[in-house]
Design a protein around this ligand. Sequence first.
Ligand code: GDP
Length: 428
Amino acid sequence: MVKAIVGANWGDEGKGKITDVMAAQSDIVIRFQGGSNAGHTIINNYGKFALHQLPSGVFYSHITNIIGNGVALSVENFIKELTTLEERGVPKPNIMVSNRAQIVMPYHVELDSMEEARLSSKSFGSTKSGIAPFYSDKYAKIGFQINDLYDDEESLKEKIAHVLDLKNVMYEHLYHHEKLTVDGIYAKLVEYRELLAPYVADTFSYLHQAVKEGKTILLEGQLGALKDPDFGIYPMVTSSSTLAGYGAVGAGVPPYEIKEIVTVVKAYSSAVGAGEFVSEIFGDEADELRRRGGDGGEFGATTGRPRRMGWLDLVASRYGVQVQGATHVALTVLDVLGYLDEIPVCVAYELDGKRIDYFPPTAQLKHCKPVLVKLPGWKCDIRGIKKYEDLPENTRNYIEFVEKNLGVPIWMVSNGPSREDIIYRDCK
Ligand code: GDP
């Protein structure tokens, strides 16, 4: 059976932890989109890890981890993360990298930084990992698939020369930067070829067989529905689809095999980078939530940047679970809200003086104001509670209010950062 774990919000919902929990009962974990531009935080008996490029199943020796064809692979980050795991005592994981995945080229990273600098105050808040230039090139058909690295020298150099003709126009005339050389890029690709050789595989055939054998396969999404290039807050989105539906493409499994779509909703909101965020809060209120949020504060796992904070936006989250096609919801970081007397929740938007309960596209979204209601807080620490019935009444009321507004059953409640901090509800 194929299951997906994806985000309903702006990312950083705690997907890494939920994947880590669900991975225990899985055979295969696959990353199907994105690159090392976002991080998943996982806390387990080996310590605390921020994974950017590796799938979250790498801590279990029974799991085959796959980097799917839809991923932007940074060879440097891939090797760096593997080395860190080894240094910190994690047994060597099983990893396969699709021979159709494409490589983040050195110029993608440089172009990302140079473009953000050029845009200055109008920048996208990119993590400068080369993701936007990477996906632009993929769809402009000038990307490098991993299998290209194993092509003969002449063909590979010819392809590099063709691409550099275009890149060097930008390097020279737009960014006033020293030009790239064919030999320089070729040498880099030879290096990548050797580093990747132990991992490259025909993951499509492997997965085809695994589906046939009834293996449990987890598709692990990065970022969230609101960062999807089609359904998100365009143009302040990421460059690959963050939706479970894309999992079929980015991993290479039949769409009808995805039977369970666990969509992670965060009990409050946070966002990294620019873009519409209707329930955003500021000042002391935001600082306090940021400081108490997540595990050790809401700061980017990849960049360390302070995240933008807000109350739970049920309009955006309901839309998020809808575009993901959620079958179940995992509600995370609920424990963080234990300090509040009353918890504001955004239940609708006001647009041009009218109340709306749908999530509009960007041109209208930017004029929306939040309609907030306040739910009573529970004023205690709920970490360590294992059973739903043992949660305070106001906590259960909050969960049930959210569930009613999302229209999808909340199956998991996460009440702390570690694997054990999880409460299952009887809704499957
Ligand atoms: P992801 O990219 O969706 O995996 O999210 P991140 O890893 O960027 O952010 C989630 C943060 O919240 C991490 O620091 C997690 O350790 C932490 N976290 C996840 N679930 C919970 C939870 O239920 N309670 C608390 N307090 N922290 C959590």
